[in-house]
Structure formats: C-alpha cells, structure tokens
Write a protein that binds this ligand. Structure first.
Ligand SMILES: Nc1nc2c(ncn2[C@@H]2O[C@H](COP(=O)(O)OP(=O)(O)OP(=O)(O)O)[C@@H](O)[C@H]2O)c(=O)[nH]1
Ligand SMILES: C=C(OP(=O)(O)O)C(=O)O
Length: 214
C-alpha cells in the first residue's frame, strides 16, 4: 500500500468560503468555514493510505484545530494565493513520497472513498492525476508520484486546466470526495450524503429540497 503525503490549503475563515455566506446566520459563518475544514482534515487523516497531512493556513484557529487532529501546519507564503500555498506546502513534504493536494471543503468525505481514489491514482503508469468535483468543472484532488511536482492549477475551471497540463482524470464513483461545498445548495447536497460531526452540529439538516435548482 502506498502511503501518501497530503497538503490541504485552508484560507483564513474570516475571508474564506465567501460564496457560502448566508447559508447560516452571519455570526456562525466563520464557525461553519472552520467546521468544513475540520471535518475534511479529520476524514483525510482517517484514511489508511494517508501517512501525513500538512495544512497550509495563516489562520490560528484552523492551525490549532488541525494540529489537535494530528496534522502538521505551515503558514501561507505572504499574500500568495491558493496555488502558491499548495506549492509551498508541497515543498515541506517528502519528495520521495506520493503526494496529493485536497481542498478543505469536503465535509461529507468518506475515508473509504478517498482510499479508493488514492489507490486508483497510484496505479501504473505513475503520473499526475486529478479528481474533478461533482459538476466536473473544479478539482477536489490532485496527485503526483515521487519526483513529479503536483503543479497545481486550482481555481475556476481547474478540471480543464489540470487536464490541459497533462494530468489524467480519475473516473471513479466517489460522490463524497467530489462533493465540495462552495454555496448553500452545495451544503444541502453534502448534507444529503451525510456530513461530518462539526458541520452537522452547525447545520443539522439540509435547508432546501433536493429539487432546488443549483
Ligand atoms: N492556504 C490557502 N488556502 C486557500 C487560499 N485560497 C483558497 N484556499 C483554499 O482552497 C480550497 C478551495 O478554495 P475555494 O473553494 O475557492 O474556497 P474559498 O476561496 O474559501 O471560497 P470563496 O471565498 O467562496 O471563493 C479551500 O480549502 C480554501 O480554503 C489561499 O490563498 N491560501
Ligand atoms: C479552487 C477550486 O475550488 P472551487 O471550485 O471550490 O472554488 C477548484 O475547483 O479549482
């Protein structure tokens, strides 16, 4: 079994998850952003294929929580943005390990689905691979074998950007992995899959019907 080193970027909760504002009362928004990251990191750390997790964040509350879960923490490079943060985090991972970057907004993530995706990512031939989000537009997981840089292209239509950079799409049926949460509708969809305990404590039930237009 490959043991993976994983980098997870987390924006400070005071400014992050801005498209999710309004899903919970304003006073609870930062707690929700923290809960999404906490449930994601906990699920990643529960995955037997994962040997270590490095969270890249400038947020002291995020750092404290994920350290308590067993992750290491590195700060963002100054005013760098998402892809530089991932590259900086990757520089702190063992170069000879299989490496992955995972977004911190997967509160429904099932460790068994991440295990399956990482096993698929390590199948020969060894190369960069990625898992697109549920709509097929963004990216939730980017992987690279030893000695090959992750070369992240997250942001906007990143599935196409990763494919254009030579990474190969992973095609498995992993709904909890692909369910990132950017909006209230995404949060409802994650809830229907079953969210982690901290997200569930703040949002006890989906807010809208399954047929709500996305
Ligand atoms: N460390 C770090 N993480 C980032 C940065 N920008 C985004 N992220 C993280 O990257 C992942 C995917 O980002 P988005 O889904 O766009 O999250 P976001 O920027 O908080 O959300 P919006 O404000 O709605 O765009 C999430 O885990 C974010 O916390 C950054 O500048 N630094
Ligand atoms: C940064 C990304 O996430 P989102 O679509 O959630 O903003 C991405 O998918 O590349």
């Amino acid at each position: 079994m490959q043991r993976w080193a994983v980098v997870i970027p987390v924006k400070p909760v005071s400014v992050g998850k801005s498209r999710l504002r309004g899903a919970v009362p304003a006073a609870a928004h930062e707690r929700l952003a923290l809960a999404l990251a906490r449930d994601t990191v906990a699920a990643v750390l529960s995955c037997p294929e994962v040997g270590e997790v490095l969270v890249v964040t400038d947020d002291p509350a995020v750092a404290e929580v994920v350290t308590g879960l067993g992750a290491r923490v590195a700060p963002d490079t100054p005013a760098a943005g998402l892809n530089p943060a991932i590259r900086y985090g990757e520089s702190g991972l063992p170069a000879r390990s299989w490496r992955a970057a995972i977004t911190a907004d997967l509160p429904a993530l099932r460790p068994a689905e991440l295990s399956a995706a990482l096993r698929a990512a390590a199948e020969p031939p060894a190369r960069r691979r990625f898992a697109a989000d549920a709509p097929g537009v963004g990216t939730v997981l980017l992987t690279a074998p030893p000695g090959v840089p992750l070369d992240p292209r997250f942001g906007g239509p990143s599935a196409a950007a990763h494919a254009a950079s030579g990474a190969v799409a992973l095609s498995g049926d992993w709904p909890s992995l692909r369910r990132d949460v950017d909006t209230g509708a995404d949060l409802d969809a994650a809830h229907r899959l079953g969210v982690g305990t901290h997200t569930g404590a703040l949002v006890p039930a989906p807010c809208g019907p399954a047929s709500t237009p996305r």
